[in-house]
Design a protein around this ligand. Structure first.
Ligand code: ATP
Length: 270
């Protein structure tokens, strides 16, 4: 992958199968992302204009970034990644320049997906500042809106934005032709947790006594990221016990599980 100041370009290797649970959501993303790219002729034939933006919202660590990457992989699209917080922290004018430059490069590399993490930092509701001064956030937001409106002529470019604070997003971004699709990415339920544990133990040597179903039952409120951490830590505990260990056993998983508390609380779930 080539890396130019804050932007990385390549086609991600993550596939839909690397994401546990979220079956319906994956289907919706497939339709929104893959179809317009893979079947652009069919869209043109029927005169349908593909959507330009999808907003993914939900608690941290529940696979918003991974979903965007899997969508890019499935559509064999170039993946550009921007972070709202990073843009916000740049010198005056640099953030806008990086935004414009990313859209320009995405047009050149189309089909492309632009993933915009922590979108709320840039796309926060306007107003509140004094009349003559435009804030950093407002200038970035207006650049983003201009670029998104410019996508009309650009085929094969989709913006996937992610946020933990959807209520903070400026309503101007929700107008038709901008973020037309808003999807909630929930924390995993029992079945999804089981699938996530399977994904992250796929390449591990685990003992027959490891009951992933049982672990899934016992890990309510754990995010995908935390479950991934649990599997990795279990492996490390096994090695710490015996550096020549050949298996990760149930007790290693139990040791880690009993030491972990989920960061999410029930009231944080939408
Ligand atoms: P943030 O809001 O903090 O950016 P996010 O929602 O974008 O988080 P990701 O970065 O996609 O979450 O996920 C973090 C890690 O957790 C990834 O390494 C991913 O492998 C793992 N993970 C999260 N959800 C799942 C899932 N459903 N299946 C498999 N792995 C998952």
């Amino acid at each position: 992958p080539s890396i130019t100041r804050g932007v990385t370009v390549d086609i991600p290797k993550v596939s839909w199968d690397d994401i546990g649970g979220l079956k319906d959501l994956k289907k919706k993303l497939q339709q929104a992302v893959e179809w317009p790219i893979k079947h652009s002729a069919a869209f043109a034939r029927l005169g349908i204009s593909p959507i330009r933006g999808v907003l993914l919202h939900g608690p941290p660590g529940c696979s918003k970034t991974t979903l965007a990457k899997a969508a890019a992989h499935a559509a064999q699209a170039s993946f550009f990644s921007l972070s709202g917080a990073e843009l916000y922290s740049m010198y005056v004018g640099e953030g806008e320049a990086l935004l414009r430059n990313t859209f320009r490069r995405a047009r050149l590399a189309a089909p492309s997906i632009i993933f915009f993490d922590e979108a709320d930092v840039v796309a926060a509701k306007r107003g509140g500042s004094s009349r003559n001064s435009t804030t950093v956030g407002e200038r970035l937001l207006s650049t983003l809106l201009t670029e998104m409106d410019g996508l009309e002529q650009a085929k094969g470019i989709l913006v996937l934005a992610a946020t933990n604070r959807p209520y903070a997003i400026d309503p101007a971004l929700m107008r038709p032709g901008r973020f037309d699709l808003v999807l909630y990415v929930p924390p995993p339920d029992m079945d999804a947790r089981y699938e996530i544990l399977r994904v992250h133990t796929r390449n591990m040597k685990i003992g027959d006594d490891v009951d992933l179903r049982r672990i899934a039952e016992d890990t309510e409120l754990f995010t995908g990221a935390e479950l991934e951490g649990l599997c990795r830590e279990a492996g490390i505990v096994a090695l710490r016990e015996n550096i020549s260990a050949t298996l990760v056993s149930n007790r290693h998983f139990e040791t880690v599980k009993s030491s972990l508390k989920p960061a999410l609380t029930r009231d944080e779930i939408e």
